[in-house]
Design a protein around this ligand. Structure first.
Ligand code: ADP
Length: 485
């Protein structure tokens, strides 16, 4: 408890604007809660629309200074921040567990993953290149160069409070863009701690500004519509993403959108079942199922579904549920009551439509927003959970028999973030991977997130890619200079 109080005390609780920490102008605050207990941990500043505009002004004013830093200077800031994240990983992980709920070991995994975005983009910052070409008709030359897009608004969700921040801040800083970043109201503390680290790493005052607020719509809309920012990068729900795209249309902002998913996880009868079960555990249970990459629909060949269900239920049933700060806990609480209610509703609907509960199927008694890891089998194709993101520790199994049939089922969704395929048949593996209408495919692999690979979706899962060598392009504008020689 002393360690918990110490990390909560140490984190700044104000807005970070122009390199200084300040209260909201009207003194408003918002409470941050521990989802394992429902208790308030602390409160942080609750920005008003005027505070949001002040943060954006700071980003706009600092843009020329940021653009003038050399690539090496920008890379060095990111490298220092990477090192500081590792030095302080224990405290940062505990802080994340307190505000978000995931077990400390998983929180440490997230800090490592988050830091890796800084390491990756430090090496991309010094590799921004251009081109030189003779016009096909002769005479003039084309000089092609890349410049920072400009001040950027970054909005992140609560499920990965640190990594969703570094995934945007890494390329923004590497490209020479200033930003205002707004973490989710449920999990502001990790971002505030990150802002302090970036300042310590030598980032110029005003290059990254952090605002925390409860009424995101009221604060962000005037900022977006002002046209003072040139870019919006958002990770969150498809519903809010669409609303923000409309707002961005007004001043034609560049956008990157990482929205919802509804990942199919397909197990063919020729797959290695033990590996498929391990993959399903990773794809389902990472972050308690609260990930846009989470396996949402598990299609298993009818010949192996009973064996698969038994193996998966054994693994799921063996997980320990509890407060993420306790040793040996595998599964923490869900983020809030609304998420718990949704999971409960989706399970009830599936059971009403004939699904059988193999393990779990309910919320344990007591405080906090816990849900027992659950395996359902024989889930009807029209069950609500096949067309809605579950965002919880529930694995719904549906049988199939034909390859064409399962590809059709997998693609029959408005989302297209990631699909998983387990098969040992090489030709089938390639055929199905190519046929899946998703931005990413995990082939005999249950986790695709990697800072060095291009992450992103098609259809209503979003626009653009984060990470990989193309991730920095989201924050760069291409300029062509025509030259008469
Ligand atoms: P979730 O359902 O996972 O909470 P949201 O899309 O609601 O997903 O939230 C993701 C992020 O978007 C959070 O930082 C949230 O505060 C922010 N957000 C929510 N509504 C709006 C809005 N109207 N304008 C701007 N940001 C918003």
């Amino acid at each position: 408890a002393a360690a918990e109080a110490a990390v909560i005390n140490a984190v700044p609780k104000q807005l970070f604007i122009g390199g200084s920490w300040s209260d909201a102008t009207d003194g408003a605050t918002l409470d941050v809660r521990d989802p394992a207990t429902g208790q308030t941990l602390c409160s942080v500043a609750d920005a008003s629309p005027a505070d949001g505009m002040a943060a954006l002004d700071a980003a706009v004013k600092t843009q020329p200074e940021m653009a003038a830093l050399s690539p090496r200077e920008r890379a060095d800031i990111l490298t220092t921040a990477f090192e500081l994240l590792h030095e302080r990983i224990d405290d940062l992980a505990l802080l994340m567990t307190l505000e978000m709920g995931k077990p400390v070991a998983e929180a440490k995994g997230e800090i490592t993953y988050a830091a890796e975005f800084f390491r990756h983009f430090a090496s991309e910052a010094v590799r921004i290149d251009g081109g030189y070409q003779t016009a096909p008709a002769g005479g003039s030359r084309f000089l092609i160069t890349k410049q920072p897009v400009g001040p950027s608004i970054l909005i992140t969700p609560w499920n990965f409070p640190m990594a969703m921040g570094t995934r945007k801040l890494g390329p923004a800083i590497a490209a020479g863009c200033t930003s205002v970043i707004k973490p989710a109201e449920q999990t502001p503390l990790s971002m505030l701690a990150l802002a302090a680290i970036l300042a310590e790493a030598g980032l110029p005052a005003g290059a990254v500004n952090v605002i925390t607020c409860t009424d995101a719509g009221a604060v962000m809309e005037p900022m977006i519509k002002s046209g003072l920012a040139r870019k919006l990068s958002f990770t969150g729900s498809t519903k809010i993403g669409k609303l923000l795209l409309e707002q961005c249309a007004d001043k034609v902002l560049r956008t990157s959108m990482e929205l919802g998913g509804n990942a199919p996880f397909i197990v063919f009868d020729d797959a290695d079942l033990d590996e498929a079960v391990s993959g399903a555990m990773a794809a389902k249970m990472r972050n308690m199922g609260e990930a846009c990459t989470a396996a949402n629909r598990i299609y298993v060949h009818a010949d192996v579904i009973d064996e698969f269900a038994a193996l998966l239920a054994e693994r799921m049933g063996g997980l320990r549920v509890g407060r993420g700060t306790e040793d040996g806990v595998d599964v923490g609480p869900l983020i809030d009551q609304a998420t718990l209610d949704k999971v409960t509703r989706l399970v009830a609907d599936a059971v009403d439509r004939g699904a059988r509960v193999v393990t779990g199927g309910s919320a344990p008694d007591g405080d906090g927003y816990f849900y027992t890891p659950t395996v359902l089998t024989g889930v009807a194709r029209d069950a609500a959970m096949n067309s809605e993101e579950i965002f919880g520790p529930v694995a719904p199994l549906t049988p199939f028999t034909e390859e064409d049939e399962v590809v059709g089922l997998a693609n029959a969704t408005r989302w297209g973030l990631v699909g998983y395929v387990y098969t040992n048949d090489l030709r089938r593996a390639i055929r199905v991977s190519e046929a899946l209408e998703f931005g990413m495919v995990g082939l005999n692999q249950g986790v695709v997130s990697n800072p060095y690979a291009p992450f992103g979706g098609v259809k209503e899962s979003g626009l653009g890619r984060e990470g990989g060598s193309i991730g920095i392009d989201e924050f760069l504008e291409t300029k062509y200079i025509g030259i008469t020689v």
